[in-house]
Design a binder for this molecule. Sequence first.
Ligand SMILES: [Zn+2]
Length: 235
Amino acid sequence: MTRVRKLYELQLVDTQIARLEAALAALDDGTAMRAQVEQARTAEETARAELQARQSRLRDLELELQSTVGKANKVEQDLYSGRISNPKELRAMQEDVEALGRQRQRIEDEMLGLMEEVERQLEQIRALEAARQARERELDEHLEEYTTRQRALTAELEAARRQRDALAAEVDPDFLRRYERLRSRKDGVAVTAVNGSVCNACHMTVPEAVLNAARERDEIRTCEDCGRILYVPVE
Ligand SMILES: [Zn+2]
């Protein structure tokens, strides 16, 4: 293998390494999806907390209702027992019964409203739960895919880097220095193949004299337009 050919092989591996590094960096680690799962969890928890507050209010009202009904029954019993004959006292008791009746109505109305809300909320929670589970499944599947892809790319990258080290050790040290300098200035591409008589990197025609020199001598020749090292494949 000629020295320029070795340099070209090195370029191919370096290009592959750059591609693998970009692919790894572009992998979606699921951050956005994780945020969506969090959002879904929060929405569900909020709804459950609201439900609990309403259910606890319902239990309080239930006790209040029992106590109100108990009080009303007691006053009614006294009222109709015949033991009390004072009209003023009787009127006061009658008023008590009516007030307790109105209180009972208020409690029952509030309970009815709450029960409807609880019903609606239970339905909403079922929907939120299903949405949260779907998001969690999506995230799990994505992370599985992500991990598989990341492992594969990392393995490929490690292999390419080992190959790179082995190749670089075989390249002429002067060539390697020029190559590295050029690569950092030329977007990672220091060596380019010539296709026919056209530079593969900038697509300009390489003069015949340069082509011949590159073909015949194992020396560094550069493209006059883009400045990259030319590799002329042997047919
Ligand atoms: Zn060029």
